[in-house]
Design a protein around this ligand. Structure first.
Ligand code: PLP
Length: 314
């Protein structure tokens, strides 16, 4: 679908705005993509300028001065950086082991699985929690998880990753089943100007056409690559949740390994058709093991990926 890039649409014959009048609030390409993602997740989806745009809208919409946010330890680094910055506004951040019971908090923010430590949230404790439960399901995608069915109030995606899937669109999404929460997010998205661009929404429509096939192939390849990494003498630890394409493995000299790959691109981000890998220490410091390399398996042939890793590890 070619994106409609208009920013304005005329009022009707009575001079009243229709569904689309100014693109900061809604636009046809975004609405079509939201419809598709919402039906995949089983809720109402909204798109944002990025995954962090979605996270910012959730916090602005549902936190207040003095609010306590409990965030999964080892979750996406940028989320913790944003929350720490908001200490200036009186927002308190605590990090906790998401496999256990969440502490008292106004908002509990989990990641399924956490990027890059790849733990999964303990749903029983989350279902019993009185706070707002946000689940960042970027690495699972709706192919492997419907977090709203598990007990999340809001699902968040960095659609930049698997949902768009080609390393060429920056996009975020939320999905909820509560019309009041959707309305609050919609209101703040428009007020804060965190709406998605029509071109990125069109990339999501394209990405969703192949999401099932891509995730199945990526999982089959990643399962085999994780198995071989586990048996490699130079690899001291492998984390792989058994689905999707992110594998985190530890070596003694991550900077040497990451700069030696030829097929796998030494770059940040994940979830594209092209495999990427990087030492996360450069960004996250001592928050994660110093030797941790995050590999995002793409759509290349499994033997080609393995040959590249083997020569980089040699
Ligand atoms: N959530 C997770 C799990 C991520 O990996 C990322 C980005 O790496 C984000 C959120 C932020 O998304 P974006 O880069 O689209 O703002």
């Amino acid at each position: 679908m070619a994106p409609d890039r208009a920013t304005i649409w005329p009022y009707d014959e009575r001079g009243e705005p229709g569904s689309f009048f100014y693109s900061r609030y809604a636009h046809p390409t975004g609405a079509a993509a939201e419809e598709r993602l919402g039906s995949l997740e089983g809720g109402e989806a909204l798109l944002y300028s990025s995954g962090m745009g979605a996270a910012t809208t959730i916090i602005l919409g549902f936190a207040r001065p003095g609010a306590r946010i409990a965030l999964a330890k080892g979750a996406y680094y940028g989320t913790s950086v944003l929350m720490r910055d908001l200490a200036r506004w009186g927002v308190e951040l605590v990090e906790y082991d998401q496999t256990g019971t969440p502490p008292a908090a106004d908002i509990v923010w989990v990641e399924a699985p956490a990027n890059p430590v790849l733990t999964m949230p303990g749903w029983a404790g989350l279902r019993a929690h009185p706070g707002l439960v946000v689940c960042d399901a970027t690495l699972s995608t709706p192919v492997f998880l419907h977090a709203l069915d598990e007990g999340a109030d809001i699902v968040l995606h960095s659609a930049t990753k698997y949902l768009c899937g080609h390393h060429d669109a920056l996009l975020g999404a939320t999905v909820t089943r509560d019309p009041g929460k959707t309305a609050r997010l919609l209101e703040l998205r428009g007020r804060a100007g965190l709406q998605a661009a029509p071109d990125a929404a069109a990339s999501l429509l394209r990405g969703l056409d192949s999401i099932d096939e891509r995730m199945q192939r990526i999982t089959a390849t990643a399962t085999e690559v994780a198995r071989r990494l586990d048996a490699h003498a130079r690899v001291t630890r492998v984390r792989y949740p058994g689905f999707s394409g992110v594998i985190s493995f530890d070596v003694d000299d991550p900077r040497e390994v990451e700069t030696r790959t030829k097929l796998i691109v030494n770059a940040t981000s994940l979830g594209g058709e092209t495999s990427t890998l990087e030492s996360r220490h450069r960004w996250e410091g001592d928050r994660i093991p110093a030797g941790l390399i995050r590999l995002s398996v793409g759509l290349e042939d499994v033997e080609a990926i393995w040959d590249d890793l083997e020569q980089a590890l040699a």
